[in-house]
Design a binder for this molecule. Structure first.
Ligand code: ADP
Length: 220
């Protein structure tokens, strides 16, 4: 079976983004090769990653020498040097790596990265800005948005939903949202049923269209 342990990932650019990503992948059990052209960065992460090496990722010979083309997945964490980020992504794609994630600093940068072979582009600053906006407003404690306008949020319950079975609150009918799970303080997560009675200090996991979920999280 394909488990995390079998996964080999090369992370290029051990800055704040690439460095913490590489450490977390190692913690999850992946075999991680971290590359950076700056020896200090490599030294900083050498003990925490499976392998770490100093290399210029825009040099295809250097990548070949380090067996980079044999890796299943690559993450390009180079941000500020846009030219190096684009060149690296296109070299990785040409070398046959199927799964390439790349960090972009702007939407245009992201579109170019997709064109030269990145399957997934992340915009950490934009994405985090959007996420934090959701956490700053209303009762939302955590927020995940899917591509097709669908969202899953962790929220405290609105007053009107407290003290009666979910089935009687008609939340789905009135707000278009579905309570998926309930977490009571001090006890585990349970799947929500029409008979579940919500308490004021519960945390709910709610799913629905983004607009509906946002509207639901706005009521008090
Ligand atoms: P962050 O904001 O995550 O710190 P940066 O863009 O500042 O991102 O850091 C990117 C890292 O990528 C730096 O450590 C830099 O040395 C490295 N880097 C930049 N260009 C190359 C390259 N051509 N080859 C290898 N590493 C590179």
């Amino acid at each position: 079976a394909d488990t995390k342990r079998d996964r080999r990932v090369v992370v290029i650019g051990l800055g704040r983004f690439g460095g913490s990503l590489a450490v977390e992948l190692t913690r999850l059990g992946c075999e991680v090769l971290g590359l950076d052209q700056n020896p200090k960065r490599v030294q900083r992460y050498a003990d925490e990653l499976t392998y770490a090496a100093v290399a210029d990722s825009t040099d295809s010979d250097a990548l070949a020498q380090l067996d980079v083309p044999t890796f299943d997945r690559a993450v390009v964490g180079i941000g500020s040097d846009i030219e190096a980020s684009i060149l690296t992504t296109s070299l990785l794609s040409e070398s046959g790596i199927k799964q390439i994630w790349a960090k972009a600093v702007s939407r245009q940068h992201g579109r170019i990265l997709e064109r030269v072979g990145a399957q997934r582009v992340v915009l950490p600053e934009y994405d985090m800005g959007e996420r934090v906006a959701h956490l700053v407003t209303g009762r939302i404690l955590d927020y995940i948005e899917f591509e097709d306008d669908y969202a899953l949020v962790k929220t405290t319950p609105p007053t009107e939903a407290v003290g009666k079975p979910l089935g009687e609150t008609k939340l789905r009918l009135r707000y278009g949202v579905t309570v998926v799970g309930i977490k009571r303080p001090g006890s585990g997560f349970t799947y929500a049923t029409p008979d579940s009675v919500v308490h004021a200090d519960d945390v709910l996991v709610v799913a629905g269209r983004r607009d509906d979920v946002e509207r639901f999280a706005d009521i008090v």
